[in-house]
Design a protein around this ligand. Structure first.
Ligand code: 4AD
Ligand code: MG
Length: 476
């Protein structure tokens, strides 16, 4: 049985016989193999006495090759590591031709590595990011489980448009070259696989609501899809969303839960990803230092995470936020691309980032948005103008969470559905919830990659998901 390098590096070297398996990061001086198996950031040094081995065999020990090594685990003679393996047996599973293997021991740009997304996890940075991602996902399930929530899986193929945004990918099994037509010459969707038009889901919320109305507190954690043509460092066409939905929660309970949730998951990462986060902290500091002074972040990565965990999020109503924005310098000096003129304006990411990064300098929960700019399912306030919505805005990221208290009154909901031109027929089951045992309830959605982006200090959302899907790009 082989051991994981992580476990071995935590064991005292006493000359014990061990076997490890992994990939070569570097092979120096025909003697020192730095082996990595993905279990941890650190490499294990394996020392080869070349007299013991056939020269042609050692030629195949190249960066990227996969090895099985057995030997004695001893205190290191050299500097830089406390222990290493004196290699006695070496098996090469597969070599990697140095002429064509792209991941060489030198600095590669993230743009270059995106084109090698199938191999980039073999670099220190991407392996660290992906280990942190996995830990955060575990932290998500741990938090909800311990809070008494039930994990539910909502459908990926859907017949409804949850956000009413219309930015959906169509799902069809029809022959695109020769689709069946109806008598008017339109594509006859009744002959499609599901007998109707279907799409990839933009959110599991509506289905999660049905489960909250029976299980009480539930959450989803699954892939969601948006066909919006946003080529930014914060948008993916396929991303993972965490959506809790809670019966008997009002908007304040919702905000409390969201804040507690984010803090808990980040704390989990701080406690369980020390080595990877220290490495990413260093990377982040280097990157910040290469920027002009005015653009540099005031805090390091670990400091930023710590700051979020230790400080209360600032809660501000949309109306207050608009007042701040209307009177702020970049608005008056026409520095914003979209100027804030009147109440009711939709907030763009430049506004959100101004509030968080320049004005409050802390995460902000904005609530009570104008009904006009929010989805149909949000609960109408007494004023008849605003809805019980909340967005959580993060420094460097913008919107991290979007959520609301849901409209539980059948008549009010039907009115809004009509006003927004949504087809009530499709939502019959959603309206049933308001007919049979309706109750106040709330929920929110957190974009998992945005959280990973924040926690790892990476600059582009394409670098925190294994295989990013963005406009014009679905390789791998
Ligand atoms: O604000 P959104 O659109 O909210 C919903 O979908 C609600 N149904 C959630 C709910 O109440 N259950 O999306 C929620 C979050 C955003 O705050 C953002 O973090 C993330 O999902 N998000 C994206 N992340 C990456 N790429 C995109 N294109 C994203 N669009 C939204
Ligand atoms: Mg939103």
């Amino acid at each position: 049985m082989s051991v994981k390098i992580k476990a071995l590096l935590e064991t005292a070297p006493e000359g014990q016989q061990v076997t490890v398996q992994g990939w070569v990061r570097t092979f120096r001086a025909n003697r020192f193999i730095a082996l990595n198996d993905g279990s941890t950031l650190g490499n294990l040094q394996c020392v080869v006495d070349f007299e013991d081995f056939d020269e042609t065999l050692l030629k195949d020990v190249t960066t990227g090759s996969a090895l099985k090594i057995s030997g004695r685990y001893v205190e290191s003679q050299g500097k830089g590591q406390t222990a290493d393996i004196q290699v006695e047996d070496l098996l090469i599973y597969g070599t990697a031709d140095p002429e064509s293997y792209p991941i060489q021991p030198k600095k590669h740009s993230f743009e270059f590595l995106r084109e090698k997304a199938h191999l980039r996890v073999r670099t220190a940075t991407f392996s660290a990011v992906m280990r942190v991602r996995a830990a955060l996902a575990y932290g998500v399930h741990k938090f909800f489980r311990e809070e008494g929530f039930h994990y539910v899986n909502t459908p990926i193929i859907t017949g409804s448009d949850a956000e009413g945004a219309g930015e959906m990918f169509r799902v069809s099994a029809l022959d695109t070259k020769n689709p069946p037509l109806d008598e008017n010459g339109n594509v006859d969707v009744s002959q499609d696989f599901f007998g109707k038009e279907t799409h990839l889901t933009v959110s599991g919320q509506l289905e999660a609501e049905t489960y909250a109305m029976g299980l009480g507190e539930v959450y989803t954690f699954g892939p969601t899809f948006r066909a919006e043509n946003s080529n930014t460092t914060r948008h993916l066409a396929e991303f993972w969303m965490i959506e809790p939905e809670m019966a008997f929660f009002d908007l304040n309970d919702n905000m409390d839960l969201a804040e507690k949730f984010i803090k808990s998951v980040l704390t989990y990462a701080l406690d369980n990803c020390k080595e990877d986060l220290a490495f990413l902290d260093e990377r982040y500091a280097k990157e910040e230092n290469s920027k002009p002074k005015a653009e540099r972040s005031e805090m390091g990565l670990l400091e930023k995470i710590q700051f979020i965990v230790e400080n209360d999020f600032k809660r501000v109503s949309y109306t207050e936020a608009i007042d701040i924005l209307r009177n702020c310098k970049p608005n008056k000096k026409k520095k914003f691309k979209y100027l804030i003129e009147e109440w009711g304006a939709d907030l763009q990411s430049e506004h959100e980032r101004y509030l968080v990064e320049k004005h409050f300098k802390t995460p902000v929960i904005l609530f009570d948005y104008p009904a006009k700019i929010k989805a149909f399912y949000m609960r109408m306030n007494e004023d008849g103008k605003t809805v019980r919505a909340m967005d959580i805005l993060f420094p460097g990221i913008g919107e991290m969470v979007g959520g609301s208290q849901r409209e539980e009154r059948l008549d009010v909901l039907q009115e809004r559905i009509k006003a927004m031109g949504i087809d009530e027929e499709e939502l019959w089951w959603y309206l049933d919830l308001r007919k049979f045992g309706s109750a106040p309830h709330s929920g929110f959605g957190l974009g998992f990659e945005r959280l990973v982006l924040f926690a790892t200090g990476m600059g582009n959302i394409r670098d925190v998901i294994p295989f990013p899907r963005t406009p014009q790009n679905a390789s791998f």
